[in-house]
Design a protein around this ligand. Structure first.
Ligand SMILES: Nc1ncnc2c1ncn2[C@@H]1O[C@H](COP(=O)(O)OP(=O)(O)OP(=O)(O)O)[C@@H](O)[C@H]1O
Ligand SMILES: [Mg+2]
Length: 366
């Protein structure tokens, strides 16, 4: 088990930084996901940690020792690539033995190392099968076994589950996490799937354009996103513009095209600040009655534009004045039939559940 610190990592291709002054500290035994859209620099960052690419600035520190500039084979870091990168003509056991030999494991210890690694991914019975005769999920487990067989200080996994079908992927998320926990590994796991990151991680690093926008436990990322990007990327929510009109008594009042909305106090948002508001769909309750607001509650009265059935719940879309995007509310399916399109409903949520962000200029004008 090792800790990892990244300090001020910069990587440029041409003049464009694809990793842009990134800092990250990971504790020994921790499972951290890098979550972000395609092209934000996730694979580039993993390659820098593994020693497969050089960085232009910054330091990679493992257990307090500077690894920057050290070649990959001297770092003792296990990597699982998206493509698995297994040798198809070798058997399962030979694939794992290959990794051990390449790391200079004494001959006499290789057979035991292969057995232990296969046991940890529950594939002991398939040691003699060729890779080409395995399912995608089994290949994925062999790739993990190969990465952990050398008892690395750190394992890096680059979208290892993206080739699997949804059901298998969900099973593997739980298994893989458990496997790495049992093996006591520190892990960085790359994904652009928010659900996967929420399910698997001790902490999630939300990445955007070569930087980390927020690093937090899954619950904090979802309930208290710190930027509009993090709100947008993890979970559903409308985002609509407004202006702070009062900041007193431990709360903010924000004027918007659908009326005044109350939000928790935020000292960094004085009166006059353009802001973006958000609220998670499951925190909104719907009702056909337009009663006056209870204390600490927001109510807006909007027409339904669409409903979407999702099994356990429905998503109800509302037209939101002053925004091109709809406001979304979630309604449990057992709560009754879907509302009619065009019907007006009262949407209510607690003032403390309103998320509020300083708007960038372009967003405030949108
Ligand atoms: N060798 C290279 N030369 C030039 N540009 C590169 C090179 N490798 C990556 N890039 C660019 O760097 C950016 C980040 O790439 P990277 O592969 O790290 O993204 P990613 O976050 O892993 O995306 P994805 O989710 O699609 O895998 C992209 O714009 C990519 O085109
Ligand atoms: Mg990638």
């Amino acid at each position: 088990m090792s800790s990892l610190q990244l300090r001020g990592i910069v990587k440029r291709y041409g003049t464009q930084p694809v990793v842009d002054g990134l800092d990250l500290s990971i504790a020994a035994g921790e499972f951290v996901s890098l979550l972000g859209p395609s092209g934000c620099g996730k694979t580039t960052l993993l390659r820098i940690v593994a020693g497969l690419s050089d960085c232009d600035e910054g330091q990679v520190i493992v257990d307090g020792a500077d690894m920057t500039g050290l070649p990959a084979h001297r770092r003792n870091i296990g990597v699982v690539f998206q493509s698995y990168a297994l040798f198809p003509h070798l058997t399962v056991g030979e694939n794992i033995a290959f990794g051990l030999k390449a790391r200079g494991t004494p001959r006499g210890e290789i057979a035991a190392g292969v057995r232990a690694a296969l046991a940890s991914v529950q594939l002991a019975a398939l040691a003699d099968r060729p890779i080409s005769a395995l399912s995608g999920g089994q290949q994925q487990r062999v790739a993990v076994a190969r990465a952990i067989a050398t008892r690395p200080r750190l394992v890096l996994l680059d979208e290892p589950l993206s080739a699997l079908d949804r059901k298998l992927r969900e099973t593997m998320q739980i298994e893989l996490r458990q496997m790495l926990r049992d093996a006591g590994m520190t892990a960085i796991f790359v994904t652009h799937d928010q659900d996967e990151a929420l399910v698997m991680s001790d902490r999630i690093a939300v990445m955007n354009r070569g930087r980390i926008e927020q690093l937090d436990a899954p619950e904090a990322i979802y309930a208290r996103p710190r930027t509009p990007f993090a709100l947008n990327f993890v979970g559903l929510s409308a985002q609509w513009p407004g202006t702070v009109v009062s900041a007193a008594d431990g709360s903010l009042t924000v004027a918007t095209a659908c009326g005044e909305i109350r939000a928790p106090a935020d000292a960094s948002l004085p009166v006059g600040t353009p802001v973006l508001l958000g609220v998670r769909p499951e925190l909104i309750s719907l009702s056909p009655q337009h009663n006056s607001d209870a204390d600490g509650t927001n109510t807006v009265w909007l027409p339904v534009t669409q409903t979407v059935y999702r099994g356990a719940n429905r998503l109800v879309y509302f037209e939101l004045p002053g925004s091109t995007a709809p406001l979304l509310a979630e309604m449990p399916t057992h709560a009754g039939a879907a509302p009619q399109v065009g019907q007006r409903l009262a949407l209510r949520w607690a003032a403390r559940d309103t998320l509020v962000f300083a708007a960038e200029r372009s967003q405030a004008l949108a």
